[in-house]
Design a protein around this ligand. Structure first.
Ligand code: GLU
Length: 419
């Protein structure tokens, strides 16, 4: 059964999960109306002169879902499948995510529909700068702070920071996070999402009394989050038996050598053909006999038609929205423990918050300090969500949403409505 992308609309998924959690906390209709939908939505046209001299018009979006608890915060994604509905869903999840880890940010997301793998550095730079100037009225260190997401990185953030700073006339590093260290970036930000995923897996293993040492793991998606989570799990003695990326999937029952796989991927850009592994089909990864599955690719990868084949006991959502509500129900009935995205992958935005604080203070922390603070935030958030899961007997996803939505609702209640 192929792992095709079924067209579950991410926005519908976000709304369905919102309603379930809002019902569970008994949220009144007025507050629901105020916090459910995005505060601001901007779609922009991004004309770019391509290397062959032609002009291509890309479409971009920036959605601010909430600024109730602080500046809107969230990444920018470059991908052929970016749609406004997807960006809205991702912005909504950022709001609950920041609230779950209790950092003083709201939620936002941006995206451009493009195929960055087929664009030159020059084309990417011109597209990024033009997009930045188009969303300029929305962003700023006190307003809305972009960061990397799928197929954007610290270089993309450097271009955004430079474009924004040039229009203001002086350097403003705090307008983005996930910047290069030399521009005011934070130590530990690059590996923060994967490290946060690792901390939540550690906590879940303790809860499930499942030793991490020797546990078998399959990782779907070997980008920033997936590869770093895999490396830390490997260092902790777990056996990474299967890894996939957009080009293929490799399997070794006794465990893949993750440092070597990361090295190979950095050289040739793919995982297939890795020595001491056998190729399997991407959809076979989900059915691999393993204790832990880490979906670290895109939304809706696990859905009604393929969730039944999963054999893992623990699913750690390094990606945003990898499970549809139908998949949730199937895994729930199989007794699978799910660490939901807004908890599992919140390490990235948590260290983004540390970066923003350091930029504001012009005072920088050492790596160990960052790791200690990140660990504390992730372990606290995990314990908070687990408590709701156990006390209220709701799935972990609903528990996380109840916590996040509850905190935003409380802030709205205290702030009141303007005017
Ligand atoms: N793109 C990441 C996420 O989905 C990080 C966002 C940020 O650091 O603002 O959580």
């Amino acid at each position: 059964m192929p792992t095709t992308l079924v067209q579950d609309n991410a926005c519908d998924v976000a709304m369905e999960n919102f309603d379930t959690a809002a019902d569970a906390i008994g949220l009144d209709n007025n507050t629901r109306e105020m916090i459910k939908r995005p505060e601001r939505v901007l779609t922009v046209s991004v004309p770019v002169r391509m290397d062959d001299g032609s002009i291509h018009r890309f479409e971009g979006h920036r959605v601010q879902h909430s600024s109730v608890r602080g500046p809107a915060k969230g990444g920018i994604r470059y991908h052929p499948q970016v749609t406004l509905d997807e960006v809205k869903a991702l912005a909504t999840w950022m709001t609950w995510k920041c609230a779950v880890v209790n950092i003083p940010f709201g939620g936002a997301k941006g995206g451009i529909t493009c195929d960055p793998k087929r664009m030159s550095q020059g084309e990417l730079e011109r597209m990024t700068r033009r997009y930045t100037s188009a969303i300029l009225p929305l962003i700023g260190p006190e307003q809305d702070i972009p960061a990397p997401d799928v197929y954007t990185n610290s270089q993309t953030m450097a271009w955004i920071m430079d474009t924004y700073s040039m229009t203001k006339g002086y350097a403003i590093p705090g307008v983005v996070t996930g910047k290069p260290i030399s521009l005011g970036g934070s130590l530990g930000r690059n590996e923060a999402t994967g490290r946060g995923v690792f901390y939540t897996i550690e906590s879940a293993c303790e809860h499930l009394r499942m030793p991490l040492q020797g546990a078998s793991v399959a990782v779907q998606g070997f980008g920033n989050a997936g590869s770093i989570a895999a490396q830390l799990l490997y260092d902790a003695g777990a056996r990474i038996v299967a890894v996939s990326d957009s080009t293929g999937c490799v399997y070794n029952r006794s465990g893949l050598n993750i440092p070597q796989l990361i090295h190979m991927k950095s050289l040739c850009g793919h995982v297939d053909g890795f020595p001491e592994s056998e190729p399997i089909l991407p959809h076979e990864l989900l059915a691999v006999d393993c204790d832990i599955l880490v979906p670290a690719a895109l939304e809706n990868m696990i859905h009604a038609d393929n969730a039944g084949v999963l054999r893992a006991r623990l699913v750690a959502e390094a990606a945003n929205g990898p499970l549809t509500p139908a998949a949730d129900r199937i895994l729930e009935s199989k007794g699978v423990f799910v660490i939901p995205d807004i908890l599992c992958n919140a390490g990235g935005v948590t260290v983004s918050y540390f970066e923003w604080v350091q930029d504001e203070q012009h005072l920088f922390w050492d790596a160990q300090d960052i790791y200690n603070r990140l660990q504390r935030v992730m372990k606290t958030a995990f314990a908070d969500v687990l408590r709701i899961h156990l006390d209220r007997k709701v799935p972990m996803r609903i528990a996380a949403n109840m916590l996040g939505i509850g905190r935003v609702a409380e802030a709205v209640r205290i702030r009141g409505i303007y005017p």
